[in-house]
Design a protein around this ligand. Structure first.
Ligand code: ADP
Length: 263
């Protein structure tokens, strides 16, 4: 492993975008897309101009979570004009092809598509640059993720994990990938950290307790915050009514606000 060539210098950077933050996870299903969207909305709530790039080739979900069905129109120089939803500029691999097709792409094809979404979308203009672009990465640490981190100027990475051992092992791999490609680790978010018993108010640690916090300590990376399992968060995503936008003063939104302030 140590004999591997060093990562080439990152090249592409979307125009008129001040910061690119990627949200990654070692494993699928830990809530990476939910966290990416909620973080984007929370950043927007801080008064920033924010874009969300759904780069999850294995299951693009932003169009569904935001209720955006029309793909971007094309502007000058074949630039995609991203649709807007809840104040976010959005583009998704799901707009380029149908989900089944993206999933079977070979690495180079997927990488090319992601590069296109990054650099050929009109995220910002000279007069109105985007403050932050949040990129919902494909889960895992394969070739596509490696190429994305090597070829894009990324300002920081957020890693999402549940407290479960299996998820943590993979989260550690995701952190290693970012470290090896010299991407700054902004920190870890523990998702699905507990479920509140609606009757007693007691916390049920469905996936174990504090696993991601302990991982952050062990790896000496920041712990950005924890988010409970909340049926309203799931429902909001399924119904294209994202909870953070819908209830900006609710517990979940406040948690994401704190994460947004920390990144
Ligand atoms: P990933 O992007 O890691 O595959 P998703 O964000 O798509 O994961 O989440 C998987 C499922 O879990 C979705 O149905 C989502 O709505 C739900 N989910 C994610 N985080 C939470 C949470 N904190 N509380 C309740 N449901 C959640």
């Amino acid at each position: 492993d140590q004999n591997r060539p060093k990562a080439p210098v990152a090249s592409s950077r979307p125009a008129h975008v001040k910061r690119v933050i990627v949200v990654g996870s070692g494993k699928g299903g830990v809530g990476k897309s939910t966290v990416a969207l909620s973080l984007a909305l929370a950043l927007k709530g801080l008064g920033l101009r924010v874009g969300l790039l759904d780069a999850d080739i294995y299951g693009p979900s932003a169009p569904l979570m935001l209720g955006v069905t029309t793909p971007p129109a094309f502007g000058p120089e074949k630039m995609m004009i991203p649709p807007q939803a809840f104040g976010l500029k959005v583009n998704s691999v799901g707009f380029l092809v149908d989900a089944d097709q993206a999933m079977i792409w070979r690495g180079p094809m997927a990488s090319q598509a992601l590069n296109q979404l990054l650099t050929q979308t009109l995220w910002g203009t000279e007069a109105e640059p985007l403050d932050v672009l949040v990129v919902d990465m494909p889960p895992g640490t394969g070739d596509v993720q490696l190429t994305l981190t090597q070829k894009t100027m990324i300002d920081g990475a957020v890693v999402v994990s549940t407290p479960q051992e299996m998820a943590l092992i993979d989260a550690r791999r995701a952190i290693t990938l970012f470290e090896k490609t010299s991407v700054k680790i902004l920190g870890i978010v523990e998702n699905m950290a507990w479920l509140e018993n609606p009757v007693s108010g007691e916390a049920i640690y469905v996936f174990g307790r504090d696993g991601a916090k302990i991982l952050a300590q062990n790896l000496k990376v920041p712990f950005l915050g924890d988010v409970p399992l909340d049926p309203a968060l799931r429902k909001g995503s399924d119904e294209a009514q994202p909870l953070v936008a819908l209830e900006p003063d609710g517990d979940v939104a406040v948690r994401f606000k704190m994460i947004a302030q920390a990144v």
